[in-house]
Design a protein around this ligand. Structure first.
Ligand SMILES: CC(C)(COP(=O)(O)OP(=O)(O)OC[C@H]1O[C@@H](n2cnc3c(N)ncnc32)[C@H](O)[C@@H]1OP(=O)(O)O)[C@@H](O)C(=O)NCCC(=O)NCCS
Length: 243
């Protein structure tokens, strides 16, 4: 659901179908200030949610939320690549379009690859695919078995590595770099100038992979923020007045 507060527009709704956790995503319009943050937060908590998570926000976007009382829930490193045709490695393994029947296997790889907070279900995969005007979904298969998958998005001059995951039993065999190279070549052909990806600070494998492709870190990174509603004051039996 979209709503406007002080000119700033937000999308809000349940986080991954949760009845108690909501997600708030600034979606443009005017600048988000503390007042707008307070209004959207009160609105969402008033709907009965106990906790609010934001989208991954940059340092400037985080400020009014932090001032209002949000805390950093998941810090992320933001990496950027200036696309240069000479720097794109060739895929060493062929990639294929993700078919409908590849989705379950891809999601199983996703579950094996990320902590529960970041895991994709079918809805989250759909959101990643539709987050940009155009996107590309690819898999690497061995026979009919999916070894890894990637979702790459493109909007104007910018590309986004939305998802990349390789079956743990098939890592370090060039699947991840082939999927990444495929996404970068697709972005290059579509006229993207730079590519963004975010990753958890401790994800050595991903950081090393992106480093190999010449991604550099953008200072400040990103973070998902969280606001917990104050728990309702509990009246213990001891506090209850006896009549
Ligand atoms: C990151 C990931 C996609 C890499 O996939 P992969 O198929 O193993 O990658 P590749 O075999 O193509 O490796 C390419 C390079 O990445 C780096 N790399 C990959 N795994 C690494 C690890 N565990 N430790 C250090 N470097 C690693 C190396 O530089 C490697 O080159 P090398 O094998 O010649 O040394 C995989 O580890 C994964 O799915 N991780 C969990 C999900 C994830 O973090 N996705 C990225 C989110 S942004």
């Amino acid at each position: 659901m979209a709503t406007t507060h002080g000119g700033a527009r937000f999308r809000h709704g349940p986080w991954r179908g949760s009845a108690t956790i909501a997600q708030v995503v600034p979606i443009g319009g005017g600048a988000v200030d503390r007042e707008a943050t307070e209004e959207i937060s009160s609105l969402v908590l008033g709907l009965g949610f106990h906790k609010i998570l934001t989208a991954a926000l940059g340092p400037g976007e985080q400020k009014p939320f932090l001032e209002f009382g949000y805390r950093i829930h998941e810090p992320l490193r933001l990496l950027e690549l200036n696309l240069d045709p000479d720097t794109i490695d060739r895929s060493t393994r062929p990639t294929r379009r993700m078919r409908r029947r590849d989705v379950a296997a891809s999601l199983a790889i996703d579950t094996a690859s990320f902590t529960s907070f970041w895991q994709f279900d079918a809805d989250a995969l759909g959101e990643a695919l539709s987050a940009t005007p155009t996107s590309r979904r690819r898999v690497v298969r061995s026979g009919q078995v999916v070894l890894g998958y990637a979702v790459t998005g493109h909007a104007n001059r910018t590309g986004f590595i939305q998802r990349l995951a390789v079956d743990p039993a098939n890592r370090r065999t060039g699947v991840g770099s082939s999927l990444l190279a495929d996404g970068l070549a697709w972005l290059q052909a579509r006229g993207a100038r730079s590519v963004l990806v975010n990753t958890q600070p401790e994800n050595e494998a991903a950081l090393s992979l992106y480093d190999q492709f010449d991604f550099v870190e953008r200072p400040g990174g990103l973070a998902v923020l969280c606001l917990e509603a104050s728990p309702p004051r509990l009246r213990s039996a001891n506090n209850e007045e006896t009549t």
